[in-house]
Design a protein around this ligand. Structure first.
Ligand SMILES: [Mg+2]
Length: 247
């Protein structure tokens, strides 16, 4: 893969982050981003599945299109224009997962407080969970079976993802930076929920936007590489870019 000539890589979550803020704020921020494309490499890092992202981009032509997409909470990685996988990294994820979808669904079939989401991603299994009913023993069961578990919430939705061990947004982003030989010092990560924590745990510069989930805000208190902006959504990203001198 070609070495990148960009001086900034913005690796951003979508919901609540790159898609957060008022319509006017988003319009202004997206226009600003488009003026920076010569130096800025845009990478979406989202929990959304690739089909959703593809539809979303078709229906929202004013939203800046990414050069690369890390989707499905870090379990898919593709070129933004063609949706062609970056095979070296996708193959690693596939190997870690080892076709475990049915195995996981059987393992958790009778667990209380979780319900399968109406999506069927290839390299993870996604549930909604009820915070009143989810048992810590369910999480332990997932870990004992050799998987990772990510729980997060957005608005009124509570997400419970069973993941290939060692795979999440952060590790996939690090492999990607290595793949394109990009300097981590020039990389900024942005997010708002617990499924973005792994981005901040990479040690790369991070921005937690103002509307971040309280549990994420708790976790980043001691992380010196993460700036917590008081501004929500895109305004938080913009504020963080200024603070890092990258605007
Ligand atoms: Mg989000």
């Amino acid at each position: 893969m070609m070495k990148s000539n960009h001086s900034l890589l913005l690796a951003t979550d979508l919901d609540g982050t790159f898609l957060g803020g008022s319509q006017q704020q988003r319009t202004e921020f997206y226009q600003y981003i488009e003026t920076q494309r010569h130096r800025l490499l845009l990478v979406y890092v989202t929990g959304r599945e690739l089909d959703w992202i593809s539809n979303f981009l078709d229906k929202n032509p004013h939203v800046p299109k990414p050069e690369y997409i890390i989707g499905d909470v870090g379990t898919t990685i593709v070129h933004g224009e063609t949706f062609e996988p970056i095979y070296t990294i996708q193959n690693w994820i596939e190997k870690q997962w080892d076709n475990a979808n049915e195995k996981v669904k059987q393992l958790l079939a009778n667990e209380p407080g979780i319900e399968l989401q109406p999506v069927n991603p290839d390299y993870r299994v996604s549930y909604y969970y009820d915070p009143e009913k989810l048992q810590s023993s369910t999480i332990q069961k997932v870990i004992d079976a050799g998987f990772d578990c990510i729980i997060s919430c957005h608005d009124i939705y509570f997400y419970f993802d069973v993941m290939p061990k060692g795979v999440s947004k952060g590790p996939t982003l690090l492999k990607f930076l290595k793949e394109i030989n990009f300097n981590g010092d020039n990389t900024i990560t942005c997010g708002d929920t617990l499924n973005d924590l792994s981005l901040f745990e990479t040690g790369l510069k991070g921005i937690a936007v103002g509307n971040s989930e309280p549990k994420l805000v708790d976790k980043i208190q001691t992380m010196e590489n993460v700036y917590y902006s008081l501004h929500p959504g895109v305004m938080g990203i913009w504020d963080g870019l200024k603070v890092y001198g990258k605007d």
